[in-house]
Write a protein that binds this ligand. Structure first.
Ligand SMILES: [Zn+2]
Length: 204
């Protein structure tokens, strides 16, 4: 498997392109389809996964679906966020009404797509529509957890209690590398410390 990170102009969010045996899946959509296509080359994009509905992570999702002819996998709660520019913080730029390319996920589960097995976990807290995705040892969490710290809970759909529950859930998931929606990756060991600290803070 080969993983490429593209940093966007939208608040420096990360878009991840994961390739395996000529098939590609993309996590988040902060850069336009051409930038993804430049990385992908002649391989086939089979799916896009959205960690949540904030504009810096989801803006180009429908563009990918049209350009690559693939589906978008996201929490069922993302509709509310993507259809309302105030809730996705795009300042009027993103208010989706066409969800025909979306496949909505609920709770936790597992998908087999192309060459990939993707485990998905409902992880609200930073956003009600928060989802995290595990492929092999790579864990994509969006803005739930960062290398040093956790996501904001004061934005629309954020919730401290849900954040605490999601952090506890992450503590129980086996991964090697955690890929955040902004900034650097972190190791399981680094996250062990980080998660323990914030679980303690939020439990007070
Ligand atoms: Zn966010």
């Amino acid at each position: 498997m080969k993983l490429t990170k593209i940093v966007s102009n939208l608040l420096d969010s990360n878009t991840f392109v994961l390739e395996n045996h000529g098939k590609v899946i993309v996590f988040d959509a902060g850069v336009d389809a051409m930038q993804v296509a430049n990385v992908v080359g002649n391989k086939k994009v089979v799916a896009v996964f959205l960690t949540h509905g904030h504009y810096d992570h989801a803006f180009f999702a429908n563009g990918y679906a049209k350009f690559f002819g693939c589906k978008i996998y996201a929490s069922k709660d993302i509709k509310d966020c993507l259809s309302d520019a105030d809730k996705n913080y795009s300042e009027g730029a993103l208010s989706l009404s066409d969800f025909s390319n979306f496949i909505f996920l609920e709770k936790d589960g597992k998908l087999e797509i192309g060459e990939f097995e993707v485990k998905y976990f409902s992880t609200p807290g930073h956003s009600k529509c928060g989802m995290s995705f595990l492929v092999g040892n790579d864990f994509f969490v969006g803005d739930l957890v960062f290398k040093q710290g956790i996501g904001r809970t004061d934005l629309f759909g954020g919730d401290k209690k849900q954040m605490l529950e999601s952090l506890k859930k992450v503590q129980g998931i086996n991964f090697e590398i955690l890929h955040s929606g902004h900034g650097e990756d972190s190791s399981c060991l680094e996250q062990e410390r980080n998660l323990k600290t914030f679980v303690r803070f939020l439990s007070r």
